[in-house]
Design a protein around this ligand. Structure first.
Ligand SMILES: Cc1cc2nc3c(=O)[nH]c(=O)nc-3n(C[C@H](O)[C@H](O)[C@H](O)COP(=O)(O)OP(=O)(O)OC[C@H]3O[C@@H](n4cnc5c(N)ncnc54)[C@H](O)[C@@H]3O)c2cc1C
Ligand code: FES
Length: 256
């Protein structure tokens, strides 16, 4: 059984993946040993009063033997700016692993991601190795697709789209998805990224009758199921993204 823990995780490295995206590695053995692909952690970026709320970040990778937890984040506001200033040796309070992750039964998965939605797909792809995994990733321009280097060793095929056509097919992931689903024989789609992209993928997946798992992002306060700030409409009841998700089967969610 998974146990949530709160730890003062030691920063052991931080690297720049692009101008505004960082990878941060923590020594957090209790979390690294338990976290499953699709789960997230809640990070406290301040020891003072602001920002008050912890920030949810998906588990991008773990090394259970070394006790390393890896997160990949975009610097956008107060908390992520503070995180970007963290140095090796600093300690940061982290609660995790939280939520429930992906169902991992697929034999021929297609991973689909855009933006920072690609972060949790790294650990997911690693989990399927050495079985063949394919990924379809979309970005605005070639510059955003530094992810190729990360997925290169984890995936047997990488399909790329960019809005401006600077790399791969021009357009969104929808430019390639129907053709891939026609020929690919995938038994499950795993999608994480901007909401409009995920909604469009869910529609196409339904047309081709391929089961689809979605990883939702909602504004979160407690991350523990207590405050209802992350709720969304399920088919039978309101769902809390932090505890019922963040990963759902597409058909479980009707309003997001
Ligand atoms: C389950 C989950 C997993 C996530 N995984 C990642 C990840 O792997 N990498 C990554 O870069 N980002 C991830 N995010 C988004 C991340 O939480 C926000 O980017 C971060 O909280 C921004 O904080 P900030 O103080 O820097 O920016 P702020 O200026 O506070 O906010 C900027 C924007 O970030 C979002 N945000 C702010 N606070 C929260 C919050 N408490 N909960 C959810 N969203 C918030 C809102 O859209 C807001 O408009 C995830 C969110 C969720 C819910
Ligand atoms: S964040 Fe509080 S219930 Fe989900």
């Amino acid at each position: 059984m998974l146990t949530k823990v709160i730890v003062d995780a030691k920063v052991i490295g931080q690297k720049m993946l692009s101008q505004d995206v960082r990878q941060i590695d923590f020594l957090a053995p209790e979390i690294a040993r338990q976290a499953l692909p699709g789960q997230f952690v809640n990070v406290q970026t301040s020891t003072h009063t602001a920002p008050l709320l912890r920030r949810p970040l998906g588990v991008a990778n773990v090394d259970p033997e070394k006790g390393v937890l890896t997160l990949i984040y975009r610097i956008i506001g107060e908390a992520t700016h503070i995180l970007a200033d963290a140095c090796t040796g600093d300690r940061i309070s982290i609660i995790g692993p939280l939520g429930h992750g992906f169902d991992l039964q697929a034999k021929k998965p297609l991973l689909i991601g855009g933006g920072l939605g690609l972060a949790p797909l790294v650990y997911l792809a690693k989990n399927f190795c050495p079985n063949p995994v394919e990924i379809l990733m979309g970005g605005r321009t070639k510059k955003e697709l530094f992810w190729m280097d990360i997925f290169e060793d984890l995936c047997e095929a990488i399909h790329i789209t960019t809005d401006d056509g600077s790399l791969g097919a021009e357009g969104t992931v929808l430019a390639l998805l129907p053709e891939l689903l026609q020929k690919g024989g995938y038994d499950c789609i795993y999608v994480c990224g901007p909401e409009p992209m995920m909604k469009a993928v869910v529609e196409v997946a339904a047309k081709f009758e391929v089961p689809c798992q979605i990883s939702l992002e909602k504004y979160m306060a407690c991350g523990l199921g207590a405050c209802l700030s992350c709720s969304c409409g399920g088919v039978h009841k309101r769902l809390k993204v932090c505890t019922d998700g963040p990963v759902f089967w597409a058909q479980e969610v009707k309003e997001w």
